[in-house]
Design a protein around this ligand. Structure first.
Ligand code: NCD
Length: 314
């Protein structure tokens, strides 16, 4: 088994593979811009989306990525599956594997599920978000979005990034911090003390106004209310007053700053300015690039060399 068999966390994948995947993403972005954005690279392969948690963009993005590579796709709608009749995760995975699945794309509320599932199947595993732990394809698409904005820079040395908001409950924050740090960026977490992780993963501070005028990248996080006990943030508008991107803070952003958010946005909580009015917003570029990044990951796991570059196959 090679280390490329799964894509489950940024640290497991490692910097060399990340750099290679960023290059493959660039190629996939070019494919996606073609009038017919489809290549036969994964014809005959079957990819199964197993989403045990809500998702709009990640599920649609993986589905689109698989289709652009000509793979067959299966999507289990957990709400109407035998999971509701008490079928275990293991039986569900073994049943679907027996139908001939080459890769499972998994989102689950429990951290570590992609590692557990890998014990029960020979299929490749892609982590589409496990609990509070990791969301590595989000990190890859974000790194690619920044790299594109920097004109294809392969190193982020000196890039100052502030990741703002509910870091504690955010798998996105963990994976994005890992990838951007690996690529050389200076990552700072900006959050109330109660929303920082118990184990520090980057330098942190508690005052957005201190950094908003200086940063190259302002990465906003969604307030993960569904993962929160009561009392972690004060009520009323106190959180928004101190940590949201407001029109006043947006005016202090550098002209060449990048404003990012993984979605879904809680307008009026972490952002009160309309991002479509901000020249610095890359939020929709992130969504577009997500398809190319996921094509890169799926191709890397399931493609054979030659099927992408060979003109007769592309
Ligand atoms: C994120 C997630 O699900 O972790 N969304 C996404 O995949 N784009 C972030 C979030 O839910 O806040």
């Amino acid at each position: 088994m090679t280390e490329r068999r799964h894509f489950r966390s940024i640290d497991e994948v490692g910097i060399d593979s990340i750099r290679r995947l960023l290059d493959v993403t660039d190629h996939m972005a070019e494919v996606s811009r073609r009038p017919n954005p489809k290549v036969p690279a994964l014809r005959g392969r079957t990819i199964c989306n197993l989403f045990f948690e809500d998702s709009t963009r990640t599920r649609m993005s993986f589905d689109t990525a698989a289709k652009r590579l000509s793979a067959d796709t299966m999507t289990l709608a957990v709400g109407s599956s035998s999971v509701n009749k008490g079928e275990s995760l293991r039986d569900t995975v073994e049943t679907l594997s027996a139908m001939g699945v080459d890769a499972f794309v998994i989102r689950h509320r429990t951290a570590g599920t992609p590692w557990q599932i890998a014990e029960w199947t020979n299929a490749a595993i892609v982590n589409a978000g496990d609990g509070w732990h990791a969301h590595p394809t989000q990190a890859l698409l974000d790194a690619y979005t920044i790299r594109t904005r920097l004109g294809g820079a392969t190193s982020f040395d000196g890039l100052s990034v502030a990741i703002v908001g509910d870091v504690r409950h955010s798998r996105v924050a963990r994976s994005v911090t890992q990838i951007l740090t690996m690529l050389g960026a200076d990552v700072r977490l900006v959050a109330p003390r109660t929303l920082l992780p118990p184990v520090p993963m980057a330098p942190s501070s508690h005052d957005l106004d201190d950094v908003v005028g200086d940063v190259d990248v302002l990465y906003l996080l969604r307030m993960q209310s569904e993962r929160m006990g009561t009392g972690l943030v004060p009520g009323g508008t106190e959180y928004t007053d101190r940590f949201a991107l407001t029109p006043a803070r947006a005016r202090r952003l550098r002209r060449d700053a990048m404003v990012m958010h993984p979605g879904p946005m809680n307008r009026g909580v972490e952002i009160t300015v309309d991002p479509s009015t901000l020249g610095q917003s890359l939020i929709l570029d992130q969504v577009t690039n997500g398809i190319a990044a996921r094509m890169a990951v799926l191709f890397d796991l399931l493609g054979s060399s030659g099927t992408l570059e060979d003109g007769s196959n592309v």
